[in-house]
Design a protein around this ligand. Structure first.
Ligand code: HXC
Ligand code: NAP
Length: 259
């Protein structure tokens, strides 16, 4: 367990923070003292998430944002700083994905996922930069990717390309922005139970049992496993960690290479 004040005083902007892994990160950040701004498209989902978190005593707000639109992202981030006085943590978690063999993938299908995942992450980093530079804690950017972006991902070329692009972007920014006291890291979750990702990529395609067996630990992860990693990377515990890709996948990647 982290100490209750691990993220006290920090302000976090979390894309896709009203569902799944992003919401788990937001709730855990909030319980550990951070103020959280949730940013995504669906207003009803944002309202429901704010109501749940506010009910737990979390300092939380939401802003309807489409990460494919730079001006939208910039105004949401600027609004966050205006409302809460600073920006210390950016979590690029928003993503779109669907299973589709590449020969059947339309150019617009490709562009849609690249726009949400890769361009959306760039827009967030770019719009947050000046604020993160001024963070009294040192800025922290965390982007959620997957090792399937490194191995290749049959049936999801768009997401594979986007996620490996985010890895390259993050490593580049870790070096460019290190002297601005901004740390830039990624997290690569394995298959996480009770998520939209597993539902559409593994359950709908009949691969859930296969994917479970592919992990060294033999079971799917929990959303809290990813949130724990995101707390660590955002906190002072990781003050000398940048350019890192933290793999939290129950040994799926290692088993892929070793077995
Ligand atoms: C083929 C598809 C498709 C499908 C959409 N398209 N779904 N093509 N198979 N199943 C095509 C459409 O035909 C269209 O191309 C283009 O993609 C854009 O579709 P829209 O529906 O207009 O896009 P939009 O409304 O912007 O929605 C974006 C979306 C949607 C990505 C398609 O699914 C979404 O909003 N997803 C957000 C939630 C999500 O995906 N969560 C999972 C993240 S999990 P044409 O050519 O017809 O115009 C993840 C990793 C999981 O990222 C890790 C492993 C477990
Ligand atoms: P999820 O609940 O569907 O999360 C995706 C979020 O992104 C949603 O809240 C969605 O909200 C938001 N979003 C999508 N398009 C957006 C846009 N254009 N602008 C703003 N927000 C947008 O899925 P999840 O499974 O928790 O996935 C979360 C992250 O973990 C993703 O980056 C995913 O790639 C990664 N990941 C997941 C797994 C897994 O096992 N689930 C494994 C590896 C990596 P709206 O629709 O309301 O906009």
């Amino acid at each position: 367990m982290f100490k209750a004040d691990t993220l006290e005083g920090r302000v976090a902007f979390i894309t896709g923070g009203a569902s799944g892994i992003g919401m788990e990160i937001a709730e855990m950040y909030g319980r550990l003292g951070a103020t959280v701004m949730l940013a995504s498209r669906n207003q009803e989902r944002l309202d429901a998430a704010v109501s749940i978190m506010a009910g737990q005593g979390i300092k939380v707000a939401a802003t309807r944002t489409d990460v494919r639109d730079y001006d939208d992202v910039k105004s949401a981030i600027d609004k966050t700083v205006k409302q809460f006085g600073a920006l210390d943590i950016l979590v690029n978690n928003a993503a779109g994905n669907f299973h589709c063999p590449t020969a059947e993938l339309s150019p617009n299908g490709w562009r849609t996922v690249i726009d949400i995942d890769l361009n959306g992450t760039f827009y967030g980093c770019h719009a947050a930069y000046e604020h993160l530079k001024r963070s009294s804690f040192g800025g922290s950017i965390i982007s959620i990717i997957t090792m399937l972006g490194v191995s290749g991902w049959p049936g999801a070329a768009h997401a594979a390309a986007a996620k490996s692009g985010i890895l390259a972007l993050s490593r580049t920014l870790a070096v460019e922005w290190g002297e601005d006291n901004i740390r830039v890291n990624t997290i690569s979750p394995g298959p996480i139970g009770d998520t939209e990702g597993v539902r559409r990529m593994y359950q709908e395609t009949g691969r859930e049992e296969l994917e479970r067996k592919k992990t060294a630990l033999g079971h799917l992860g929990r959303k809290a496993d990813i949130a724990n990693a995101a707390v660590y990377l955002a906190s002072d515990l990781a003050s000398y960690v940048t350019g890192e890709n933290m793999v939290v996948d129950g040994g799926r990647w290692l088993k892929y290479v070793a077995a």
